[in-house]
Design a protein around this ligand. Structure first.
Ligand SMILES: O=CC(=O)O
Length: 334
């Protein structure tokens, strides 16, 4: 019997042998062997090494080679491809409509990175309020404490955190912040059924009230047509003077130019960012602000999270191979 062929894009924590053994008798595993997107697109269309593949595993660590799974990429796939197992909770880098047109199912690994990402958001809150990364940069550059740090550094305890998007990550951040305790406010399209009592809900009609109370605003929404540019000039200016903005979701959710203007004129006292509109590029203007803590998209990057993402993505693939469908299918494709 001819085995189905599956292409793995990205380097797994599992060894190639472990992965091949996992699919022994089920599928032939092929590992990506290209160094650029152009080379990959040509290989996909050549009808040679990737001929007949029915599924693709997309590890986020292959993004520098594959680029986004946009329309051009999806259209280049052999007709045999029917399934993509993506190792991410966000899926803005996959063109869902193009997949729909080609009858390709897509699943992700929802929830797996919640704890790791909320931890990074908490780190950014601590770092910006207490000016810790500024202190660290000062030591690294051979100096001691930055000037005026005492007056600019603030405790988390008793301060107000506003969360936009109380999904898995937002909820975990609420729990962590409540430990100080910080006061926790949130805005969602609907009141979150699982929200703990200490989380105060603000609907769209009352979002300005929430912004006016927040010392820290942390963003936890997926990037889509509704959320691109959501945190715009108007919203930023509704925050009180000296507020802090934290973003571990996607860079394009914030109007970056408006955020930089607010840093320049002191309306925002600091920002903590893990994500940027055009990764891996970081706007050089941001580097000028000593009160910006900037991370290179580390939200879900921990050994434990990665192993769990890999197991979940590979077991979704196994299920697809045996049943023609999979758990964790994107809501748009169910
Ligand atoms: O950014 C990380 C993810 O979407 O999992």
């Amino acid at each position: 019997m001819q085995l189905e062929r599956v292409l793995i894009c990205g380097s797994l924590g599992f060894s190639s042998l472990e992965c091949i053994a996992m699919f022994s008798g089920i599928a032939e595993i092929i590992f990506l062997d290209c160094s650029s997107r152009q080379e990959l697109l040509m290989a996909l269309q050549s009808g040679k090494e990737y001929d007949g593949i029915c599924g693709i595993v997309r590890h986020w660590n292959a993004a520098s080679i594959t680029g986004p799974f946009d329309e051009e990429f999806i259209e280049s796939l052999p007709r045999s491809v029917k399934y993509i197992s993506s190792m991410n909770s966000g899926y803005d880098m996959i063109d869902i409509q193009a997949c729909k047109r080609r009858d390709i199912l897509v699943s992700n690994t929802p929830g797996v990175g919640d704890d790791a990402t909320a931890t990074v958001a908490l780190y950014l809150i601590i770092s910006t309020l207490r000016r810790l990364s500024e202190g660290e940069r000062s030591v690294h550059s051979g100096l001691w404490r930055p000037p005026n740090i005492t007056h600019n550094a603030h405790d988390l305890t008793g301060r107000t955190l506003a969360i936009i998007g109380l999904g898995g990550i937002g909820m975990r951040l609420a729990e962590l912040a409540h430990a100080f305790p910080m006061r926790v406010l949130y805005h969602n399209r609907h009141r979150a059924a699982r929200a703990p009592k200490y989380c105060e809900f603000f609907d769209a009609a009352h979002i300005d009230e929430m912004l006016a109370m927040a010392d820290v605003l942390s963003i936890h929404v997926p990037l889509d047509d509704h959320t691109e540019g959501l945190i715009d000039e108007k919203m930023i200016r509704k925050l009180k003077t000296g507020a802090v903005v934290i973003n571990t979701s996607r860079g394009r959710v914030i109007d970056e130019a408006a955020m930089i203007r607010a840093l320049e004129d002191g309306h925002l006292s600091a920002v903590g960012l893990d994500v940027y509109p055009d990764e891996p590029k970081v706007n050089p203007r941001l580097l000028d602000f000593s009160n910006a803590t900037l991370l290179p998209h580390l939200g879900g990057v921990s050994a434990e999270t990665q192993m769990q993402q890999e197991s979940q993505a590979l077991s979704n693939l196994k299920e697809f191979l045996s049943t023609g469908t999979a758990r964790d299918l994107l809501p748009e494709l169910r």
